[in-house]
Design a protein around this ligand. Sequence first.
Ligand code: AMP
Ligand code: MG
Length: 349
Amino acid sequence: MNTEIRKIKDDAESEEAIRRAGEILKEGGLVAFPTETVYGLGGNGLDARAAKKIYAAKGRPSDNPLIIHIARMEDLDKITSGVPEKARRLAEKYWPGPLTMILPKADCVPRETTGGLDSVAVRFPSHKTAQKLILAGGGFIAAPSANTSGRPSPTTAEHVIEDLNHAVDMILDGGQVGIGIESTIVDFTEEVPIILRPGYISLEMLRKELGEVRMDRGLLKEGDSARPKAPGMKYRHYAPKADLTIVEGETEKVIAKINELAQEAQEKGEQIGIICTRETLSRYPNGIVKCTGSREEEESIALHLYEVLRDFDKCQVTAIYSESFNTPRMGQAIMNRLLKAAGHKKIYV
Ligand code: AMP
Ligand code: MG
């Protein structure tokens, strides 16, 4: 398939590209586009055939449901059946934004889109290009992250091109995204709302709005025995090619341990990869060292994490060791992604 790649700016040509992309979606085709979280791989969310195409393009298991993206508040009621008052309150507060809500689905939503479930995941993104495309494409766009299944989610159009060139009809290049990790998912199909995937909107922020909110038990337990409620969370996502291990503990001990591992590798004529922050960057004399951001500005760690993981796929490293990033607000979301990328491998020092 020939993939058309279009840069999106603030001009008439870009408006025309978005309009054409909308036509492609209406005809059942696939368009990758920027959102504020990560790039999405869009198809018509009300068309079972488009859902099948999305699964095929990503190589995603079809029991892993898709999020439907809307761009008008009133469209929420068209694809759901019964929105609890708490969900409406949360939508008022955080939509448009990096929040996905799981609600009972309406009949018009095909089971192909929801991975066979009776519930549907809905998000109203804040990214202007995403909003325009959703409206141009009919209003209901199913869009998982625009990566090949198992690879880190894309935060630039280049990442999308690496994974999906020739697999989609069009890629809208809106530059780098704003947040860099996927939306917070909150399940409203039970009495007490449950976080199925942590994201930019934290547990504390949700509790402030809703009162009682739980974390899915599958997220709290570490290791492969965990059974998360969001089907997609059980897969080993975001994985770099080299084996990744997290080193956790007091900062000086972490630095010493990673340096010891780098030294050992070097003596064998090998090299390890190291993921650190700006504060510790100068402390690693050996190995290939990549900085994901600054601890002073936790958003920067989230924004560059996937990019760093992807970059290591282009490096000759035998293993990757990462510092732990238990930062105050986004730490839960960052560590959720990092632990999955590491297949939950951790060294405590
Ligand atoms: P992605 O599309 O790559 O951002 O991943 C979407 C995530 O939402 C996956 O982990 C899905 O399993 C989860 N998800 C989507 N729809 C539902 C649903 N109806 N119930 C529970 N989890 C869902
Ligand atoms: Mg994904």
